[in-house]
Write a protein that binds this ligand. Sequence first.
Ligand SMILES: NC(=O)c1ccc[n+]([C@@H]2O[C@H](COP(=O)([O-])OP(=O)(O)OC[C@H]3O[C@@H](n4cnc5c(N)ncnc54)[C@H](O)[C@@H]3O)[C@@H](O)[C@H]2O)c1
Length: 373
Amino acid sequence: MHKIVFGIEELDELLTIVNSRKLFVVTDSSFPLLNIRERIDNIAVEKVSFSDFSPNPLFEDVCKGIELFKKEACDAILAVGGGSAIDVAKCIKLAVLAREGRDAIIPPLVLENVGIDGSRIPIIAIPTTAGTGSESTHNAVIYYKGEKQTVTNDGILPDWALLEPKVLNTLPVYQKKCTMMDALCQGIESWWSVNSTPDSREYAQQALRLIRENWRSYILENRPYAASKIMLAANFAGRAINISATTAAHAMSYKITSIYGLPHGHAVAVCLPELWDHMITHTGDCIDPRGEEYMAHIFGRISAELGAGSPVEAIERFRKIMDEMGLENPVSVNRSEELRQLAGSVNPIRLKNNPVMLSAETLYGLYDKIVKP
Ligand SMILES: NC(=O)c1ccc[n+]([C@@H]2O[C@H](COP(=O)([O-])OP(=O)(O)OC[C@H]3O[C@@H](n4cnc5c(N)ncnc54)[C@H](O)[C@@H]3O)[C@@H](O)[C@H]2O)c1
């Protein structure tokens, strides 16, 4: 069962429960900077470290981790890092436990829930960014042959998410902005997702409230109290998408990351306002079975939680936050080729979660607005 605990002091207790013989510690390149590093270095359990992967990890990176885990016969995982590190840890666990091994995390099996006994390799996840919520989701994102793949399996939901906001002290301010915008978009998208439930909507609302109340102090004033609230917000957003999944803004963002190199949260955040703008003017294309009126009601509730009187005002607020943080839209180099690639990149499965139907032509038009000439 997934549990959320607060404070690095809890790590000893969790390790006692896990009772590992040999712990596989997945960390990213920020590890030497982290103010909890000593605490991890001094864990009194035999450890094997793995950090040979990049942000937006590749399938090949994960394979190296699978080999090492197996060679060293580890029995539990501690993942300390951003969404990339936590996702690498989840993929390693899935591949080691699944009968198909590595093949379990490459197409076409990524979309199937390959049966694994997740309890055989417990994961403790300590996020060092406040954005993806990966510590509380059953998804992992990796890149295979240049394309983004989402691995979904209930068995890879970490057993424990340990939230320690002081790790955010070393996160560069641009990364803080990008990751927080990922959490904000996840909260908004989860709330309007056609798969939303009362629980996911409650989590999404908490995420939006915490971000609205604390984003300035977190980003502009670097206040520890605000950091703890944004870390919690990101976790709420993660719990929300773990139920509802994300929608078109996320689906549209991945190729923006590949073509323009924008970090994940920045890429999603440039897509969301154009998407929402389109949706409020095309409510007749609603595909949420709960209907157009329900969707309008949800748009109203999201707007209110963002402190706006209407969706139009909420979109303006969202754009203003982007402006204040200096997060700009990408600029095209070879415009027609890039727009063609972008419009052809969107995963139709994710579009089914979106409350408004989006045709290939619409997607092209949206990218035409998102990417500046
Ligand atoms: N599994 C999920 O549910 C889920 C959800 C959303 C996004 N994602 C995926 O997560 C990845 C993005 O994760 P992310 O936004 O957390 O970034 P990241 O993990 O890619 O890290 C970005 C950079 O920040 C550095 N960093 C991390 N924490 C730091 C700290 N405390 N101090 C200094 N530097 C630090 C890392 O070393 C890295 O260079 C993408 O691949 C995205 O697709 C996964």
